[in-house]
Every structure is written in structure tokens, then in C-alpha cells.
Design a binder for this molecule. Sequence first.
Ligand code: SF4
Ligand code: SF4
Length: 197
Amino acid sequence: MNLIEKSLAVNELFKDLAIETQQFNEQSHLKCLSGCGKCCANPSVPATVLEFLPLAFEFYHSGLAEGILAQLEAAGEDSYCIVLNQMTIAGRGGLCSHYSHRGLICRLFGSSARRNREGKKELITCKLIKEDQSKQYQIVSAAIQNGLEIPGSADYYTRLFAIDFHLAEQQYPINLAIRKALEAVFSFYYYIEGEAV
Ligand code: SF4
Ligand code: SF4
């Protein structure tokens, strides 16, 4: 697979996840707090290069790539995700400006499960939802134990590894992952153009 094909494969994975996530969300009735983007306002969100290839191609084809790369190069280690539109007080709220191209971590958080030390499935979500919707959170947690279908985080990472282990094995702070994805796209087109000469 070349880089474009890998990006398309990631998009296929996202489509499958969207179907599973929608089914889970319809059953769980858990919802993010209105206007909240607190989980995005964290420079340490861990992400892989591969999950941000679709976003990097989108930046490239919309002519935004060079400007975004310059912003990423200037961003400090404590900068929030470059894609986050901050609306309110820093760290308290914001919206994803490229929601349809967000990464795997962004899609799994709040709508997927991992196995805990006892091997039981547990919902991966934030403290705000656990506190704000505590009763429903308990109901959903029990339902998951009793077989409620929910996307498995590990399953989706396994699928990501299968597309390109090298681009998926390492987790970086989110802006660094986006930057590396953009650099990979630039290198890809540089190589293609070099071939065409
Ligand atoms: S998952 Fe939690 S922190 Fe993130 S947007 Fe939803 S409510 Fe806010
Ligand atoms: S890509 Fe969007 S959803 Fe993911 S961390 Fe950045 S702003 Fe949040």
C-alpha cells in the first residue's frame, strides 16, 4: 500500500467504527456536556501518525498544509491540539474544527471499552460524564458487563497496526503526531513529483 491507500484504509476503519459507535450511543444515552471540549484541551493526548494521515491529506489538498506545518513547528510542547477551536476560557472548552478527520483516539474516547485488570470491559470516558450522568454511567457499565455491544479499543488499534505497523506503533503528543503525518504526506508527494520528472 502507498500512503494514499493507507489513508483510505484508515478512513474505512473510521467508517466501521462510526457504525459501531452510533449503535452504542443510541443504546447508552450518555452524552458529552454541551459545548465541552475539555478532553481536547490537553497537549498530552496520545496519538499515532497513521490515524492522522486522513487529516494531513485533507490539509494538503485544501492548501492549508504549509501554514499548519508552520504553526505546528512554532507550537510549544504544552500547546493544545492544533485543530481545536478554543471558544471559552483556555482549557475549558472548544470544538474540533476538522471533526470528520479527527483521529482514532478522538473517536474512541467516550464510546469504546478496554479490559481492566480483572479482564472485564470498562467504558473509556471522562470524569465529567461519570459525575454528570453518574446513574446512567452505572447502568451502562453494568450493561457492558452483561454483553452490551461496544467498540473495543484494542480491536481498533490492532486494525490500525495491520494497516502500517511502523506508522501506528509509536504514540506521540497529538500535535507531534499531526506534524509527522503532514511531513509524511509532503515526502510522499515530493517523491511522486520526483518520479514524474
Ligand atoms: S468526553 Fe468528557 S471532556 Fe470530552 S467533550 Fe465529552 S464531556 Fe467533555
Ligand atoms: S483532532 Fe479534534 S477531536 Fe481530536 S483532539 Fe484535536 S480538536 Fe479534539
